[in-house]
Design a protein around this ligand. Structure first.
Ligand code: ADP
Ligand code: ZN
Ligand code: ZN
Length: 739
């Protein structure tokens, strides 16, 4: 009469306990692993959503009061056995509940049905905000008037993977929301199905590979002769023809009847890549971040029904239900967007490894500037590396020059522009060639340095620059939590030339306007492009040469092709170097390399000028000579000294709650629990997190550090478990993050 199944309730994200339900025998054929079921749950038998994770033999059933499922809403399963195993892996590896991992894997459109039907309007951050979150944080955090807006942004940012219903935001004033919508920061949407995209036309385009490209391709073939799971890095300067090789690898896989996954860091920044893929692959599925949840569901179904050969998209495209995967490619593997910042906080490289192993597929990481972690694997013999050393069109890379801003100061130049850069800009303007001026302002990392000798105030334990906190007039290290009193005397040269740095693109625009009154100047950053399409309009104007100078943040460093640009100025490389992150040097090296790639794309040779107070810093010196290898060597020394990845692994535990005293009390208890038997595992903190208060919620954290990833995780998780058990009335929420 009945059969029994194990159901994981999807909103229960603390434990992985499954509950037994019974179903009528005639429904049995509709149930499989991954089927969604609606069941009565809890003492009040509230209708809840769950996933079938296994069957239970009726002989095991002893309880007579087992509840019956209410209905099966879909006529398809939401995850295969592979995806279920993947969820289990992620759950273990990222210390997250199984339900949370499954929720990340299944398509968004399905979970939407969970919401009450009368709450129709949803709200989410615009893509613009998602892409520029760091800049927005730093800009908004300094203006009192914008505090409320920033709180809403942070709230939505934390919830960015699911729709937030407008009705649930009663704490926020309607006019705030309205203003933010008008500014293009928020999108208010009706949750309904939109029209499907046009099917892709198939246009074949045959290219012959260059001799270097064919050489690498045959090397890959030779290496992979035995088949099976294999991983490699494809290291090649921008324009060396990596994308063309990806396409070739994918074409091959498809001709063998298999499928491919092409991952990109940010779909909106890769229009040219999408265009090329659309031309080359008929059965292409694009997981566009601008697709509605329903549209994403449509793409997901197509993949599940086996009509998709290639998926291209950001990290979530990795969860597309493709069968028989032959190749997975991560382009620009070093990009930070490959790490998920909400639970499960997964590293795309690792999830890709899991899938590639399952399918015995080829996994390719591509980059001009591989992440230190990945290249470390190459150097330790753990990862195969193939290199493309020349640009496809044989064009030389742009010439790089470093300008010592300390010298400028000594010579009495207090302007943002050095005399050399000023001259260059003037010269290019005269010749009617275009100019890019780049400045990266990330985080609220105003840093303190000496104008005279270039000395930067840094934490003695971490060698990472202090952040200046004006309210307490203190310098704080957000990494090890050291705090010292601020000083106006340079500890190095004793002069009173300490300055607070925080120039933004707007200031550059002002200054450039004064010095070059006849130049037509455009600015591309979060202020100028928050309105819908404003960003692409600016890019278009600049491309059509309706302006001479484009000033911008990292938004100008990627993807764009400006053939008439012959000069790139990096206004202050120090703003990238002096952020509170052990990856600061790596990011600087990568960004300089990337922004340099924006010039010399046309007929004329390009030039790059980098202004800095730290001329001798290895990130700048090595970027200047395009010497990745030497940069990497120095960076590894630094990482080892700093006890950072890949040498030591970092485990962050954060407690969050609306009352600060409660959080502090609880995190101190947790800390003593962690100190119980920590052995060689180092413990730093507790201390307030970088952003101490979000949406009225206080955040405090502890950092654990150890060489062995597994041991670190096991220890931390078992102590947290213990802490949870002993502290039944725990009020704070526990969040964890890795590296
Ligand atoms: P990367 O991905 O390394 O930046 P791309 O694959 O985008 O390099 O190649 C750079 C440029 O060279 C592109 O405009 C591309 O169309 C062109 N290109 C690359 N390989 C070939 C080829 N075999 N034949 C013709 N053009 C090519
Ligand atoms: Zn420190
Ligand atoms: Zn000094």
């Amino acid at each position: 009469m009945y059969e029994y199944i194990n159901v994981l309730i999807s909103h229960l994200t603390i434990s992985d306990k499954a509950y037994v339900y019974k179903i009528k025998k005639e429904m049995h054929s509709k149930i499989e692993l991954g089927s969604r079921v609606i069941v009565p749950f809890g003492p009040k038998n509230k209708q809840s959503e769950g996933f079938v994770i296994s069957r239970v033999a009726s002989t095991e059933i002893t309880d007579a009061n087992i509840k019956e499922i209410i209905r099966i809403p879909d006529d398809f399963s939401l995850f295969s056995n592979e995806m279920f195993m993947l969820a289990n892996y992620m759950s273990n590896h990222y210390c997250t509940s199984l339900a949370q991992c499954l929720n990340a894997i299944i398509p968004q459109g399905v979970t939407e049905i969970k919401q009450k039907p009368n709450q129709k309007k949803t709200i989410r951050l615009s893509d613009f905000v998602l892409q520029n979150i760091e800049e927005i944080r730093s800009e908004y955090s300094v203006k009192k008037m914008l505090a409320r807006q920033l709180e809403l942004i942070e709230y939505l940012y934390e919830n960015r993977m699911q729709s937030v219903f407008l009705k649930t935001l009663e704490d926020f004033n309607r006019s705030t929301i309205k203003t933010m919508e008008q500014k293009g920061l928020l999108l208010i949407e009706e949750t309904e199905e939109k029209k499907r995209r046009n099917p892709n036309a198939f246009i074949s385009e045959k290219l012959t590979l260059s001799s270097e490209q064919s050489k690498v391709l045959s090397q890959i073939d030779e290496w992979r002769e035995a088949g099976g799971f294999s991983e490699c890095l494809l290291k090649g300067v921008t324009g060396s023809g990596k994308t063309e090789l990806y396409i070739k690898l994918i074409e091959r896989v498809i001709s063998e009847g298999k499928t491919a996954i092409m991952l990109v860091p940010e779909i909106n920044l890769t229009p040219q890549m999408i265009e090329r893929f659309e031309k080359r692959f008929a059965n292409l599925s694009i997981m566009h971040s601008k697709l509605s949840n329903m549209e994403q569901l449509v793409e997901w179904k197509k993949a599940k029904d086996g009509v998709v050969d290639v998926v291209i998209g950001p990290r979530s495209a990795l969860f597309m239900p493709l069968e028989n995967v032959g190749v997975i490619i991560l382009d620009e593997e070093h990009e930070g967007t490959y790490k998920s910042e909400n639970s499960p906080k997964y590293q795309t490289r690792e999830v890709a490894q899991f899938r590639a192993k399952h399918h015995e597929a080829l996994l390719v990481y591509g980059s001009a500037t591989p992440s230190v972690e990945t290249y470390y694997r190459v150097k330790t013999g753990d990862l195969k590396c193939f290199e493309l050393n020349t640009r496809y069109n044989q064009k030389p890379l742009p010439e790089m020059h470093v300008i010592d801003m300390c010298m400028e100061l000594e010579n009495g130049n207090r302007s943002i522009f050095s005399s050399v850069l000023y001259e260059k800009i003037r010269e290019k303007l005269e010749r009617r060639e275009q100019i890019l001026l780049f400045l990266n302002r990330r985080g609220h990392s105003t840093f303190v340095s000496c104008r005279k000798c270039g000395f930067v105030m840094k934490c003695s334990k971490c060698l990472i620059p202090y952040v200046y906190h004006s309210n307490t007039n203190q310098l704080k290290c957000h990494y090890c939590y050291e705090t010292i009193e601020n000083t106006n005397i340079c500890p190095n040269c004793k002069s009173k030339a300490m300055k607070y740095f925080g120039i933004g693109t707007q200031k550059i625009e002002e200054e450039a306007g004064k010095i070059f009154p006849d130049a037509r100047i455009l600015r591309l950053d979060s202020d100028t492009s928050s309105r819908k399409n404003a960003g692409s309009a600016i890019v278009k104007m600049f491309k059509e040469q309706e302006a001479d100078i484009l000033i911008g943040t990292q938004m100008i460093t990627k993807g764009h092709n400006f053939p008439e640009v012959t000069l790139v100025g990096v206004v202050a490389a120090d703003t990238m170097l002096n952020i509170q992150d052990f990856r600061a040097s790596e990011r600087t090296f990568q960004l300089i390399t990337q922004v340099a790639g924006r010039t010399g794309r046309g007929e004329k040779q390009g030039e790059v000028y980098i202004q800095t107070y730290e001329r001798d810093h290895y990130a700048i010196q090595k970027a200047m000579t395009y010497n990745y290898e030497e940069f990497y060597q120095e960076e590894l020394l630094f990482r080892e000294q700093m006890k950072c990845p890949p040498f030591k692994r970092l485990f962050y535990i954060m407690l969050t709650f609306g009352d600060e005293q409660t959080v502090i009390g609880e995190i101190n208890e947790l800390a003593s629990c962690l100190l119980y038997d920590h052995g060689e595992i180092e413990l730093l903190g507790p201390a307030p997190a970088g952003i101490t208060r979000i949406n009225g919620i206080y955040r405090w954290q502890i950092l654990l550090r150890h060489v062995d990833e597994e041991r670190l995780k096991r220890y931390a998780m078992s102590r947290i478990e213990e802490f949870r058990k002993n502290r039944k009335s725990l009020k704070s929420q526990i969040q964890i993050n890795f590296d």
